[in-house]
Design a protein around this ligand. Structure first.
Ligand SMILES: Cc1ncc(COP(=O)(O)O)c(C=O)c1O
Length: 460
């Protein structure tokens, strides 16, 4: 019998995170103050984040030590196993070898605790009493709730309304870990009230929920805000995944030709692929593919521009691929991929042709998820199904070309709390949402008057 799972012993778990900022071929464009258009210094972020995390946000040190109290929590589920998907390979009758890194084994069910533990720890050390945040599908909110419980912090979560209604069990997980969870837009903040005045039936969006969570943090001296994706320090914390994965692939005796991840704000994809991006910068040939929903095509149809991270324009301007901060995607089930922007690090790596974006529509992703479940057994989160669908496309391409490619993908989370989405698919109630060009143009008009980055790119 061939080896199916590659485990690393706890003693082999990486003790440092990898910071791609040290190796980026093109320097990143700085965040800007929306009023002055000038680059913002670390101090401008101080009302929102603790200084120790702000230091990581701007750090260009290649390796950053992981503090012992974080390692002690990581070992609850880390190192996560790397699997060879023999059954899927056989089903697809492909010469490709398919590997997946299983991040669904964390107690919260996804990759999100990799940064939630770090953010809760650094906040605790900095004296924060309460952390506020947003969540889409609830994966991030539940991960942060658990990690706040570990470090004795209060946790307040604004959950995008459509997901709050679709996924009651995620809310209950948050409450079990001691957090307080509110549907967003809510009446608890001015940001929420202003949206509800204009759109009483708003399904919510990550951009709106971020506005609410930031407002709730800056209005209270004991509170800070935590973001589950997009920012540099989040990408940094997630690299523990890719660093483990490189050791495991070495044990397997293979090196990937293709690396795939789904991308909402970019963090699980970054966590797995950034160590491979480093290899690519140093000459390796790898196709590194980030997959987004066709109904929220930030990387494939948006411009590279300056935009706010949130809807109500409270955050600094970030240079990134964006659909405009008031873009509200269709209520697809992959709630964690319904974000108007993309991590500045991932965006810059796309500009530098180190990462290739692709978009896939909802039905194909669920079909892929069903195939994966019926071959490999695991039921993927709807977000993760975007990666699975791309893997299947690449494996079938390898078959057509007769190439024995090695495909690695990040299995970012399980879908056991997303079964209502599977029910809708299985009952034939899901559809693909075409996104008209007019709607993209309308949303983009919101960023027309903002400063343009030096490397500005119009929508493709
Ligand atoms: C399982 C899973 N995968 C992927 C994502 C997308 O986020 P990111 O692009 O930051 O990894 C989410 C977000 O909620 C998620 O829950």
């Amino acid at each position: 019998m061939d080896v199916k799972k590659i485990f690393l012993p706890e003693s082999e778990m990486p003790r440092q995170w990898y910071n791609i900022m040290a190796d980026m071929p093109t320097p990143m464009e700085p965040p800007l103050h929306p009023g002055t258009g000038e680059p913002v210094g670390p101090d401008a972020l101080a009302p929102i984040f603790p200084m120790n995390l702000i230091e990581q946000e701007v750090s260009t040190e290649r390796w950053i030590d992981i503090p012992e109290p974080i390692l002690e929590k990581y070992v609850i589920w880390r190192p996560s196993p790397l699997y060879r998907a023999y059954n899927l390979e056989k089903y697809l009758d492909t010469p490709a070898k398919i590997y997946f890194k299983n991040e669904g084994v964390s107690p919260a069910g996804s990759h999100k605790p990799n940064t939630a533990i770090a953010q809760a720890y650094y906040n605790k050390v900095a004296g924060t009493k309460r952390i506020t945040t947003e969540t889409g599908a609830g994966q991030w909110g539940s991960a942060l709730s658990m990690c706040c419980a570990f470090f004795g912090l209060e946790c307040k979560v604004f959950m995008v309304k459509v997901s709050y209604n679709q996924k009651p069990y995620r809310r209950l997980m948050m409450e079990t870990w001691g957090a307080n969870c509110t549907a967003s837009p809510s009446t608890e903040t001015k940001a929420g009230q202003s949206i509800l005045e204009k759109h009483p039936d708003s399904p919510g969006s990550l951009g709106i929920a971020i506005s609410e969570a930031v407002e709730a943090a800056v209005g209270d001296e004991h509170s800070k805000y935590a973001l589950g994706s997009v920012l540099n320090h989040v990408m940094l914390h997630q690299t523990i995944n890719g660093l483990e994965c490189q050791k495991q692939m070495e044990i397997a005796g293979d090196y990937p030709d293709v690396v795939i991840g789904c991308a909402g704000g970019g963090s699980n994809f970054a966590g797995n692929c950034l160590p491979y991006v480093r290899d690519k910068i140093h000459g390796k040939e790898i196709d590194i593919i980030g997959v987004e929903p066709a109904s929220c095509p930030t990387m494939t149809r948006g411009p590279f521009a300056y935009d706010f991270g949130d809807t109500v324009q409270m955050t600094p301007l970030l240079a990134m691929y964006t659909l405009g901060h008031d873009f509200v995607p269709e209520p697809i089930h992959a709630g964690g991929l319904r974000y108007h922007g993309m991590a500045p690090i991932i965006s810059q790596l796309i500009l530098d042709n180190l990462i290739r974006p692709e978009a896939i529509a909802q039905l194909e992703t669920f079909e892929a998820g069903i195939t994966f479940a019926r071959t490999e057994g695991f039921i993927s989160a709807p977000e993760t199904n975007h990666a699975v669908a791309m893997v299947i496309r690449e494996a079938l391409k390898a078959k057509e070309e007769g190439k024995e490619k090695v495909i690695l993908f990040n299995w970012s989370g399980h879908g056991l709390v997303d079964l209502a989405a599977y029910e809708a698919y299985l009952r034939g109630q899901l559809q693909d949402h075409a996104l008209p060009e007019d709607e993209i143009q309308r949303a983009l008009s919101a960023i027309d008057s903002l400063p343009k980055p030096k490397q500005y790119r119009p929508p493709r």
